[in-house]
Design a protein around this ligand. Structure first.
Ligand SMILES: NC(=O)c1ccc[n+]([C@@H]2O[C@H](COP(=O)([O-])OP(=O)(O)OC[C@H]3O[C@@H](n4cnc5c(N)ncnc54)[C@H](O)[C@@H]3O)[C@@H](O)[C@H]2O)c1
Length: 315
């Protein structure tokens, strides 16, 4: 039985990953300070003897934990949350990654660092492949997240080169699904929150900006395939390579709920990238990864999850 540490293990991706690893029979330690998640995501697993929750902060060393593998996910991930306290964001991503790499080094463990498509910034190429170096501003509202993730990647590369640490960097693109936080301000949850509260769908800008929405189950497949591979010292994109506008997302959403909803357009968010689509050929070649979930199915599962949980809160 492997001992696997998931930092940020109570967040959206963390909870889905913990669930999958436990179902596979691993021993899983979820480390999280609950900065932007809820203890209820840990309580789901509390009766499982192979699960341990540690309420700890990745900004402090955690190399006392004995592990074989580490998925390093801890970070405030939604713009609404990471912009609230930029210094916290910088510290968590930079120091947290350093501590995660130290933990891996001390244990001789394999580690996957979660990076982001945001390291490509306002991309001048589409789709974005791993050789593109990005177009990122060091001084703007999004910089605390984008630049610290770039620094996290550099830490990963340097640990690989200097200490031989067995590390992979996963560049994650927009992902959605059950166990997201309804109030995190990301577009899928924002639509669902509006629908549940009978409000209009809010869209920033003209809605012609594009995103490629990845359903969580595919992302978890990709992360586990990466961990179980022997690919080290590399960055690999993971996500969905089919791109749609936010207006199209709204149309599909209305189709699923079977209602014509009012759309309210708001000011575009400063420095928000206009296009976003991963080139997945490296993931396909190295990890045999390809995206599978249909948008309609993923959105329906996510909506069902929130409707069920919303009703629970109401009772
Ligand atoms: N969800 C996406 O679409 C997406 C896209 C690109 C990259 N990512 C990356 O994937 C990772 C997970 O994202 P998510 O969507 O699950 O985010 P999330 O906000 O749902 O989860 C992040 C978790 O990290 C925890 N955390 C924050 N600061 C911490 C600290 N100092 N110490 C310990 N725990 C801390 C939070 O409490 C939360 O449980 C992040 O690193 C994010 O940057 C996510």
């Amino acid at each position: 039985m492997k001992r696997i540490l998931v930092t940020g293990g109570c967040g959206f991706i963390g909870t889905n990953l913990v669930k999958r690893l436990l179902s596979r029979g691993d021993y899983v330690i979820a480390l999280d300070n609950l900065y932007c998640s809820d203890i209820s995501n840990s309580e789901i697993f509390q009766d499982n003897p192979n699960y341990l929750f540690l309420n700890r902060d990745v900004r402090d060393s955690f190399d006392d934990i004995r592990v074989d593998q580490i998925y390093h996910l801890a970070a405030p991930a939604s713009p609404k949350i990471y912009m609230k306290d930029s210094i916290y964001t910088l510290d968590t991503i930079v120091k947290g990654t350093l501590n995660a790499l130290e933990c891996a080094k001390k244990n001789g463990a394999r580690i996957i660092i979660s990076s982001t498509s945001e390291i490509y910034g306002e991309s001048q190429i589409n789709p974005q492949n791993e050789d593109y170096n990005g177009n990122v501003q060091p001084m703007c509202l999004r910089s605390s997240y984008d630049e610290s993730k770039r620094c996290a990647e550099t830490y990963a590369y340097c640990y690989y080169k200097q200490y031989g640490t067995d590390v992979g960097v996963a560049r994650l693109f927009n992902t959605y699904g059950p166990y997201m936080s309804l109030q995190d301000g990301r577009v899928v949850t924002s639509f669902i929150e509006s629908y549940i509260n009978k409000e209009p769908l809010y869209i920033n800008g003209d809605g012609n900006q594009t995103r490629s929405f990845c359903y969580i189950d595919d992302l978890i497949d990709g992360l586990i395939a990466y961990m179980d591979s022997n690919i080290s010292g590399e960055a690999v994109n993971l996500g969905n390579d089919s791109e749609i506008t936010i207006n199209t997302l709204a149309d599909v959403f209305m189709d699923i709920v079977g209602e014509k909803l009012r759309i309210e357009y708001k000011a575009a968010v400063e420095n928000e990238p206009y296009i976003r689509r991963p080139d997945l050929s490296k993931a396909q070649r190295l990890l045999n990864y390809s995206y599978k979930a249909a948008l309609r199915d993923g959105l329906k599962n996510t909506l069902d999850y929130f409707e069920k949980n919303y009703k629970k809160d109401e009772e």
